[in-house]
Design a protein around this ligand. Structure first.
Ligand SMILES: [Zn+2]
Length: 255
């Protein structure tokens, strides 16, 4: 029953997330610069109009966050190892998660991981600064809510095992997918040790820029090596939407 409900109600959003709108419709293709760049996404399709007119868009510049009230719903992460399934979408490197058991919960609402993908530089700004790269973990709930966990990366000495496992297998051709059922990665290995985060209500950072997305931005960055970063950036560098106006939204800090 849950599956039927999910496919009917959230089909559009889920599809947008599952494929990041790769190039299914060339007439609706969008880019990160030029005449189909972020300033023009709202003109490309009626479905993308929120990219221009939305008032609660992402990413934002996170600054002056307020301490979250004690009764704010708590985040619980239950990631488990997943078989490798990686797509070169034409806009990002994306890992596809098999829909299955609940991956995280916020308060008493469970969410399933749909996919995670990477932006370089990172999309979120922290007091005006960006990280070299970020990962967005996109989740969907049975009642059609979306939640994105964002992780920032920094250059360090220790190679990250998930990044390495992906790097060895990312297809070079846009639109191509690589699956290896026997090779597992654990998304937990991409998360920081410190669970502190910022949270606010925003949108997809790619067309159709749908709003009502709960963002959870981990404060502590995760290390990758310069070599890993360079290899990831050879696939995509510059897939970063400009910061969007806050328009009075609350940003909360959870420690
Ligand atoms: Zn993203």
């Amino acid at each position: 029953m849950n599956k039927v409900k999910r496919l009917s109600g959230g089909a559009f959003l889920l599809m947008a997330f599952a494929t990041l709108n790769a190039s299914a419709d060339p007439g609706h293709d969008w880019t990160y610069s030029g005449e189909h760049g972020p300033d023009h996404w709202g003109e490309i399709s009626k479905d993308f109009r929120l990219c221009e007119s939305g008032r609660a868009e992402s990413p934002i510049n996170i600054e002056g966050a307020r301490k979250a009230p004690a009764d704010m719903p708590r985040l619980k992460i239950n990631y488990r190892p997943l078989p490798i399934d990686v797509t070169n979408t034409g806009h990002a490197v994306q890992f596809n998660a098999a829909l299955g058991t609940d991956s995280i919960s916020l308060g008493d609402r469970p969410y399933q991981l749909v996919q995670f993908h990477f932006h370089a530089p990172g999309e979120e700004r922290f007091a005006g600064k960006v990280s070299v790269m970020d990962a967005h973990f996109v989740h969907h709930s049975d009642d059609d809510r979306l939640l994105v966990l964002a992780v920032q990366f920094r250059i360090g000495e220790q190679p990250n095992p998930v990044i390495q496992a992906l790097l060895d297998r990312i297809p070079h051709e846009k639109g191509a997918e690589f699956k290896a059922n026997g090779v597992m990665i654990n998304p937990l290995d991409l998360l920081p040790a410190n669970p502190g985060y910022y949270t606010y209500s925003g949108s997809l950072t790619t067309p159709p820029c749908s709003e009502g997305v709960t963002w959870i931005e981990f404060k502590e960055p995760v290390a990758i090596t310069q070599q890993q970063f360079d290899a990831m950036a050879r696939f995509y560098h510059g897939n970063q939407r400009p910061a969007q106006p806050l328009n009075g939204r609350d940003v909360w800090e959870v420690n």
